[in-house]
Design a protein around this ligand. Sequence first.
Ligand SMILES: [Mn+2]
Length: 299
Amino acid sequence: MLDVLLKLKNPAVLCHSHADVDAVCSGLIIANKLNCKLFIPDYIIHHAQRIINKIIPRSAQNIEIGKLPNNHSDIIVVDANSPDMVGIEKCKVIIDHHVNPKIEADYYFINTNASSTCEIIAREIKLEGWETVAAAAGILDDTNILRFISPHTLQILQLLISYEQYNRLVYMLTQHYSSVGERVNIIKSLKNSKTVVESGKVILIVNSNSFDPNIAEGLNEIADIVIMFKEKSNGVQVMLRSGNSPVNCANILHSFEVYNCTAGGHMHAASMFCPLMGTEIVTEVEQKIKYILKSQEIR
Ligand SMILES: [Mn+2]
């Protein structure tokens, strides 16, 4: 994507009218990479403007509101795909996640499975500094703070928050969304986690010091299966959640009793303690779950 963009002549970025967080953030990231302007047909919606002011430096808010001047030869449309969203029918490049594109372009970077345009960009281009926070903000806003995600959303978000400005992201969430405490904890715990996709199911493996069942439940809203573990001086504690996926947590953990682990729980929620063991037991739980998901798929 970046090599196509860097070849453009006198480029300008254009996003959709009533610009939201994803539109402005994806637009400003691209504009920043190309050292050009972001054009917005009418205005930025209020809550997006507040978020952007918190996370993007003024000097990088290279935005012009109003009609696109015709002195730009190569237009990049972000987060939009129809002429009524942007006011033009042809452009050079489209980067977007909406279905059914109606604008003609030379280059399409369209992924309708992506949660947001920011997610598409973060998968393709190495981001730095405020760009990482901006991309995370676009993902969080377009997914209504992780209520709708693709299997890649968590992976991308983990990558972004592992950079550096993670605390600003959490700060932004607490400032701008109501009743978000639990989701903030969820996002915090993503920092020490890994995401694996097996047979279309998202498995989230979290190394958590706050071994909180509420966080495990919350994580289970955004991933199909959650393995949460905590290392102690005398062993490892493991918590398993499988939501509505057909994985029997209690059966899986009981099978480790041959290693002197003590396990208990139900179909969709179980936990165990494995004395005198390290995190290799977590890898074994992961392998077992993958094996079960694979064999269910074959049937
Ligand atoms: Mn979007």
